[in-house]
Design a protein around this ligand. Structure first.
Ligand SMILES: C[S@@+](CC[C@H](N)C(=O)[O-])C[C@H]1O[C@@H](n2cnc3c(N)ncnc32)[C@H](O)[C@@H]1O
Length: 325
């Protein structure tokens, strides 16, 4: 193993470690890092346990009757709920991820009567991260599920500051009442997310064509994925956990627990814009031309912007051949 490999522990394989055990400093260095990170996590977990933020969360989970009855509904005839963490980041390189992990570890310890275990995946989790997380009782997955795990038992997905696409992947993969009703989503407040995207929607074309830090084209792609969250709004019960509190703001800003409660007979396709034949927003390439279209899905009334074979165009129409620009 090159000494450079020590800098990037992602590249260290178990076989390297076994081979190096008795004859180099490599293992000592990795084990040193693990030891130091475990000490650091210990401090953070203890500090966080005694914080007001965690005390309030604990009180909500323990004593809020509505929260408890949603847990019982998700449990059904099962005795335990599995916790799956996606998008934690690397605890080795981020204090934010350390605090986010501390929350998971404490919840698992304090609610072990209904939380069965923790599985975690993030492509940036390093060997050191994985060893520390395993020492803290998590099982680190090696397979990238693209956040599309099919839910066939009660599962709490903890996705701290996950990208919208990943949350949409999870909802899309489980787009039926029997699966969605078995899920709890601990993530950035859906209500907050929808509110902030609606603000952007009001002025989607405003220069300099950047929204939420994304160029407009990317914004539109993400905007479409928000439909999955928006579609469930009426069927979501949200419990604010951290809100906008100053303490731990950078690590846990506006986290909520979301429970989904859908009628088993609900027509899921009708919840999404494309399925309902109502408004749509599309961006893509069509043969040789890039396009952006928004419409009401009924064939009339549309806005198109395209390069149309080299010639840029903008069309706005009310449909039926009448009223256009
Ligand atoms: C916005 S960051 C949040 C990281 C961290 N929780 C934080 O608050 O700083 C999104 C995270 O999603 C992770 N990610 C990307 N693809 C993923 C996947 N397929 N499954 C799980 N996590 C993924 C990224 O590596 C990144 O750490």
């Amino acid at each position: 193993m090159e000494s450079n490999d020590l800098e990037n522990t992602d590249n260290i394989k178990d076989s390297d470690i076994v081979g190096a055990r008795n004859c180099s400093n490599t293992v000592i260095k990795v084990e040193d890092k693990v030891g130091r990170l475990l000490d650091q996590m210990d401090i953070i977990i203890n500090e966080f346990r005694s914080s007001e933020v965690y005390q309030e969360i604990h009180d909500q989970w323990q004593n809020n009757p509505s929260f408890r009855s949603n847990i019982d509904r998700v449990l059904g005839c099962n005795s335990k709920i599995l916790m799956v963490i996606y998008a934690l980041g690397s605890i080795e390189s981020s204090y934010r991820s350390q605090v986010q992990l501390a929350l998971a570890i404490l919840l698992k310890l304090d609610f072990s009567h209904w939380l069965s275990g923790i599985e975690a995946y993030d492509p940036v989790i390093s060997v050191t991260d994985a060893k520390v997380m395993e020492a803290l009782g998590c099982s680190v997955l090696s397979v990238n599920e693209e956040c599309r795990r099919l839910v066939d038992k009660p599962t709490l997905f903890y996705m701290p500051f996950a990208n919208t696409e990943h949350m949409a992947n999870l909802l899309e993969a489980n787009w039926c009442p029997s699966r969605l009703n078995q899920m709890i989503l601990l993530a950035t407040s859906f209500e907050g997310k929808i509110k902030s995207w609606r603000k952007v929607d009001e002025k989607p074309w405003e220069p300099p064509f950047f929204h939420h830090g994304l160029p407009t084209r990317d914004y539109l792609v993400v905007r479409e994925r928000i439909d999955y969250i928006e579609a469930l709004q009426k069927h979501t019960v949200e419990f604010a956990m951290t809100g906008e509190k100053k303490a731990y703001r950078n690590s846990l800003y506006n986290f909520s627990c979301h429970f989904l409660d859908l009628d088993q007979q609900l027509d899921m396709a009708s919840l999404l814009p494309a399925g309902g034949g109502s408004g749509f927003l599309k961006i893509g390439t069509d043969g040789s031309s890039d396009f952006l279209k928004t419409g009401n899905g009924g064939g009339s009334g549309f806005l198109k912007i395209g390069t149309g074979g080299g010639k840029g165009f903008l069309k706005i129409s009310t449909g039926g051949g009448r009223g256009f620009l």
